[in-house]
Design a protein around this ligand. Sequence first.
Ligand code: ZN
Length: 211
Amino acid sequence: MGFCLFNNVALAAQTARRQRGTTLIVDFDYHHGNGTQAWAERVIGDGSAPLGFFSTHAYPAYPGTGAFSESRYAKEGFVIDIPLPLDTGTGDFVGVWSTLLPPVAAALRPKTIVVSAGFDFLRNDPIAGLLVDVEAVKLLCGLIGQTAAQHNAAVALVLEGGYDLNNLRLSAEMLARSFTQDAGSTHVPAAHTPRDARLREMTTEVLRWLR
Ligand SMILES: [Zn+2]
């Protein structure tokens, strides 16, 4: 829809899937990864390695897709969409990721994690922005790093959105630091249930699928 000529994350994920096996795409960009999801829906169950797409995004917001009802879960792959209300803050954002990423990854056991690392979900973004503070990036990195370590998975980070240059500078630095330090020095948030009733309901439902 005009934001990219090639879907770098889908290309990377398909290569990883063919060369290394099971692949998890983690997408925390403000906007729903509609192109990535459309591709994932087409290839899941095609006989190649399992593929998971796990995304949080503001909702309702451009491009208008990514409702929870678009989520599909099966052993050979899944799409999990967690639409975030526009007033979502740091606590609930980290709450969703800390509650869901570890068990979602444990269910899939990925060999590669490809991250759609868009930082337009942060407060003060000029074209987007939830009420999430930049400290959340450190926790998110810790969580992704720990999850990758648990499954001995490689991590590929692809920069996507992020239009506040200060947020982008701080986030990119945290990202680089988190993945160049040893895992022991990163910050991993304890799982905590989101306070927003809709987010609580969605996380509970996803945990039920994983059982
Ligand atoms: Zn975006």
